[in-house]
Design a protein around this ligand. Structure first.
Ligand SMILES: Cc1ncc(COP(=O)(O)O)c(C=O)c1O
Length: 382
């Protein structure tokens, strides 16, 4: 059973899903008995095996977090020059490239799905482009087939930031096995967490081998360093948390789904508000409650709604405001990006995410929805 967080009287976006404490402590005891704390000990090996089976992939390399996992995957794939990404993503996607001297080329999104628009991707390809990094925003898969066709036609590497998409599927296959590799985040705020953590999944043996070496300083064996590497290892305690979490993942997703359906009915009919839909034919993790506010119809700006919610102890969030291209260093380095990101800017100015997960009770969702309805009824635009 997932554990409920103690009710702190404040509703947060991203409050962690906590797992069965006793099952976790039992695993911690095993770690103490084994005397292994890190360096791919038995707990990490077991976790990687279980994840490999769950995701239906050949390799899963667990990491200390999703950002380092992205950096290592990008380096192991040999990406250089320019890589096309959406600007509507968490800034770590862009940083993982820029940190390695690769230019993130920001591409506009489809305003319906909030995912990178394949037609726009084609317009950004230059002779410096080496890859496309799609992000499965809100756990909804990118247009994987179209992106693959473009990547194949232009000889580009395709990889995915799947930080939001653990437990989701595309064409009936779990996210994890698409592109050259996919990268997950198991951060505390995600549907499935290992406190901090992440993983790279791939069906490519050589790539998996390279990633394993790079996450361990480039060591092959005891004292033979064969690559420039870093420390991307997951600890045993994080793997213990992950194994415990997998035992109740289905239940967490079901709690999320129920919460989503409650929001669908409770927010119905509020003028100018629309709740993002999840596919009914694919698996979703329902980890985000994404609301778009059209201020002209709502009569209240998105930022006014956020301020009022905060005043009512409801810590809703703007996502991914203001967009990577408007954050430093990108705003200064690539000032022209803005001209080609009209849909991204529109969505960045309209979205709020509402609290969900095992920490949010159903009666709190009903009360929150009433508050939201009252805020919009009051309005802010004269
Ligand atoms: C889309 C996206 N990419 C990458 C990351 C980075 O993951 P982490 O926080 O595990 O480093 C996150 C999340 O936090 C994310 O939302």
């Amino acid at each position: 059973m997932p554990k409920k967080m103690p009710d702190a009287g404040v509703l947060h976006v991203g409050a962690p899903n906590l797992y069965d404490e006793d099952a976790f402590i039992e695993r911690v005891r095993k770690i103490f008995k084994s005397g292994r704390l890190t360096n791919r000990g038995p707990m990490v090996r077991e976790f990687e095996q279980v994840l490999t089976d769950y995701l239906g992939v050949k390799h899963c390399i667990c990491m200390c977090n999703g950002t380092i996992a992205l950096e290592i995957a990008i380096r192991a794939l040999g990406l250089t020059g320019e890589v096309i990404i959406p600007s509507f993503t968490f800034v770590a996607t862009a940083h993982a490239l820029q940190w390695q001297g690769i230019k993130p080329v920001f591409c506009d999104i489809d305003p319906e799905t909030h995912n990178i628009d394949p037609i726009e991707v084609e317009n950004h390809i230059t002779d410096k482009t080496t890859g496309i990094l799609g992000v499965h925003i809100w756990g909804r898969p990118c247009n994987i087939n179209a992106l693959k066709t473009i990547a194949d036609e232009h000889g580009l590497t395709l990889m995915f930031d799947a930080a939001h998409a653990f437990g989701c599927s595309h064409d009936g296959r779990r996210i994890g096995g698409f592109g050259a590799c996919e990268v997950f985040s198991f951060h505390a705020t995600k549907v499935f967490n290992t406190f901090e953590g992440g993983a790279v999944t791939t069906n490519d043996d050589n790539l998996a081998n390279k990633i394993r070496l790079m996450q361990n300083f480039g060591f092959q064996g005891m004292d033979n360093v064969v690559y420039i590497g870093t420390n991307g290892k997951m600890t045993e305690i994080c793997a213990a948390m992950g194994l415990t979490g997998l035992e109740c993942l289905a239940e967490i997703i079901s709690v999320n789904k129920d919460a989503y359906e409650l929001y669908v009915s409770d927010l119905q009919g509020i003028p100018g508000l629309s709740l993002m839909k999840y596919s009914t034919s694919e698996h979703s993790n329902y980890q985000y409650i994404v609301v778009e506010i059209d201020e002209n119809i709502a009569g209240a700006t998105r930022d006014h709604v956020i301020d009022r919610l905060h005043a009512n102890n409801i810590l809703a969030r703007r996502y991914f405001y203001p967009g990577c291209h408007r954050a430093e260093p990108y705003r200064t380095l690539y000032p022209d990006s803005r001209k080609r990101l009209a849909k991204t800017e529109m969505i960045c100015d309209r979205i709020i995410c509402l609290p969900t997960g095992t920490a949010v009770r159903n009666d709190a969702i009903a009360a929150l929805s009433d508050t939201l309805r009252a805020i919009v009824a009051q309005g802010s635009i004269v």
